[in-house]
Design a protein around this ligand. Structure first.
Ligand SMILES: Cc1cc2nc3c(=O)[nH]c(=O)nc-3n(C[C@H](O)[C@H](O)[C@H](O)COP(=O)(O)OP(=O)(O)OC[C@H]3O[C@@H](n4cnc5c(N)ncnc54)[C@H](O)[C@@H]3O)c2cc1C
Length: 219
């Protein structure tokens, strides 16, 4: 792992203000630290956001609000989620393992990186990791890769089970950045690989996911 600076922040305002080139937010760390150990990600500055008050799960007239730092296990077992949004509970419980779900946050889940073996192996070409280097999966080990929405530059899937359920429920992701707050439908948040597979979503530099809102269901 490459050396990096580490800091903790207490407010969303401080978090956004602390970021710059080469920064990465740390939530549960189950994706970030893995990829730092493999030197796939090499941030020079890691900002721990776990003190931010973004763990609430609440239901109101607009729908279900899930804080970005709520843990997958807490959301999966929340009574309101289980009864009113069972597809979310099932998608979460289908993901990873109990230990990982206890650490992993909702915001981190939505921003996890592909599990394509070539992306994770810095000795092989990968357009997502190193733009212009080529895609080893196109003619390599790709049995579990994407069939729809691919390009001749990348066939990797996004690995989040939760994201699929949230898109089906018309969820909206809440973002905070230097220019203010904004809401983006999750269906519009993710990008297909096209000619820029390294650009996976609509997140702007330094922007923080603060939460997700899932509209009320018909039932
Ligand atoms: C062995 C294994 C098996 C897995 N299996 C599955 C599976 O079956 N299904 C599935 O869906 N997932 C699976 N995962 C992925 C797992 O769900 C994610 O690693 C986890 O949800 C990431 O959350 P985290 O809080 O640990 O994120 P982190 O590792 O802390 O962060 C991930 C990324 O998101 C960024 N980030 C985190 N929070 C925010 C925020 N609020 N705003 C902006 N940026 C942020 C970080 O900078 C980093 O780039 C698996 C992971 C492992 C290790």
């Amino acid at each position: 792992m490459r050396p990096f600076d580490f800091a903790q922040v207490n407010t969303v305002h401080d978090a956004i203000g602390h970021t710059g080139d080469g920064s990465a937010y740390l939530a549960g760390g189950t994706t970030l630290v893995d990829l730092m150990k493999l030197e796939v990600l090499t941030p020079s500055h890691v900002l721990d956001i776990n003190r931010l008050l973004l763990r609430d799960v609440r239901l109101d007239g607009r729908g279900l609000h899930i804080g970005a730092l709520a843990r997958m296990s807490a959301v999966a077992t929340d009574r309101r989620v289980v009864t009113e949004y069972p597809v979310l509970a099932r998608a979460l419980l289908a993901s990873a393992s109990g230990q990982l779900r206890n650490m992993a946050s909702i915001g981190g889940n939505l921003l996890q990186r592909t599990r394509c073996g070539y992306f994770r192996d810095i000795t092989t070409p990968c357009n997502k990791r190193q733009p212009g280097s080529g895609c080893s999966a196109l003619h390599g080990e790709n049995r579990t890769h994407a069939v729809l929405g691919t390009s001749d530059q990348c066939v990797a899937t996004h690995a989040s089970d939760l994201a699929v359920a949230l898109v089906a429920l018309d969820a909206v992701v809440e973002l905070a950045g230097r220019t203010g707050q904004r809401s983006v439908p999750l269906a519009d948040f993710y990008r297909e690989p096209g000619t820029t597979p390294q650009v996976e979503n609509d997140l702007r530099p330094g922007e923080l996911i603060t939460g997700v809102i899932v509209p009320r269901t018909a039932g």
